[in-house]
Design a protein around this ligand. Structure first.
Ligand SMILES: [Fe+2]
Length: 242
């Protein structure tokens, strides 16, 4: 959705008052065989299901942190840079006082016929999905705050102001970045090769707010992207540092 006013046929200006930021970027290269074989073979911290396999453990031993594996370094360097760019764009004044830290990183391999029910990413701020292979879409649902506009369906809307379910196909090597509260799902996978995605949650670290507004908050951690050491605070989040 554009962030500029749109003038329609009658000369009426329509402004997007609360646009939803969804970021896209591409790593600019093919996924390597080394990366694919690592993901296919990495089963120590993953759970097998009839539909595929999910790595979902970010706690415990260091090798439970997907982002810490050397085979994944280039992908997570790219993802971290892209997410930080998104963060800077949406909150241009946040840095350098605050940054983001990866809190969970995991992958999901699903066979054809698999699906992923509607969900959001709780206890997370900004989430992202990096597509390794597969051509099936991820479906985003309009936020409940859309009110009447969110509950009336005339068909497939295209203006972006009367939200409907939004399917997005992320190309292999592409990342999609979105607010963690957005509900999304993956319908039945039709691609014969199935689908492999790497997902990640992030949370703010550093100093935000201020004492005058009674909303000062400091969370210690290591920022992503620029690997910046942030001030030690009274609270600690899960530091999925690399
Ligand atoms: Fe998700």
């Amino acid at each position: 959705m554009s962030t500029v006013a749109k003038k329609i046929e009658t000369g009426l200006d329509v402004d997007p008052m609360f646009p939803m930021p969804v970021g896209r970027a591409h790593i600019g290269r093919e996924i390597t065989e080394e990366e694919i074989s690592f993901l296919r073979g990495a089963d120590r911290h993953s759970t097998k299901t009839p539909e595929g396999r999910v790595w979902h453990n970010n706690w415990g031993p260091p090798d439970a942190n997907l982002a810490a594996h050397p085979e994944m370094k280039d992908i997570f360097d790219f993802c971290g840079t892209a997410i930080l760019s998104y963060f800077k764009f949406v909150w241009p004044s946040a840095m350098p006082r605050a940054s983001l830290s990866f809190t969970q990183t995991w992958f999901n391999i699903r066979k054809r016929g698999g699906q992923h029910e509607a969900h959001d990413h709780s206890n997370s701020f900004i989430s992202a999905v990096f597509n390794v292979w597969g051509e099936d879409p991820i479906i985003f649902e309009p936020p409940k705050t859309s009110g009447l506009f969110g509950s009336i369906r005339f068909g497939y809307e295209t203006s972006g102001f009367a939200p409907d379910f939004v399917p997005i196909v992320i190309p292999a090597g592409g990342i999609l970045i979105f607010p963690s509260h957005l509900v999304h799902s993956v319908p039945r996978i039709e691609d014969p090769a199935g689908r492999c995605t790497i997902s990640m949650n992030t949370f703010p670290v550093g100093s935000m707010g201020d004492g005058d507004n009674l909303n000062s908050l400091m969370i210690g951690g290591v920022g992503i992207g620029e690997n910046e050491e942030l001030p030690e605070g009274a609270m600690k989040v899960n530091l999925a540092t690399r």
